[in-house]
Unconditional design. Structure first.
Length: 94
C-alpha cells in the first residue's frame, strides 16, 4: 500500500492514543489523586490496553507511511546516513 498506512495499524495507533488521553485527562487525573483505586485503574489502562495498541500501531512506520512520497524519500535518505540503521530498522519492523 503505497503511501497509506495499513488501516488496522492506524486504528491501533488511534485507539492507543485515545486510551492514553482518556487515562490521563484532567478529570480522571483529579480522581486518581483522590482515590488509589482510580490511580491503579490508570496504571492498568496504560499498561494492559494502551501499550499493546501503541506497539501494534507501530507509530514510526505508520507515521512515515502516511507522509507524501517526497517526504518519505527525504526521511529514507536521512535514515540511510545513520551508522546503526540495521539495528534500528529491525527494531522498527518487530
Amino acid at each position: 500500500m503505497d503511501g497509506i498506512a495499513r488501516p488496522w495499524r492506524l486504528a491501533c495507533l488511534v485507539a492507543g492514543t485515545a486510551v492514553v488521553t482518556g487515562a490521563l485527562c484532567p478529570p480522571v487525573h483529579r480522581l486518581a489523586e483522590a482515590a488509589l483505586s482510580v490511580h491503579m485503574i490508570q496504571h492498568l489502562a496504560l499498561v494492559l490496553v494502551a501499550a499493546p495498541f501503541l506497539a501494534a500501531g507501530r507509530p514510526a512506520t505508520t507515521i512515515i507511511s502516511a507522509l507524501p512520497r517526497t517526504a518519505r524519500r527525504r526521511v529514507s535518505r536521512a535514515f540511510a546516513g545513520i551508522p546503526a540503521r540495521r539495528h534500528i530498522t529491525s527494531a522498527l519492523r518487530h
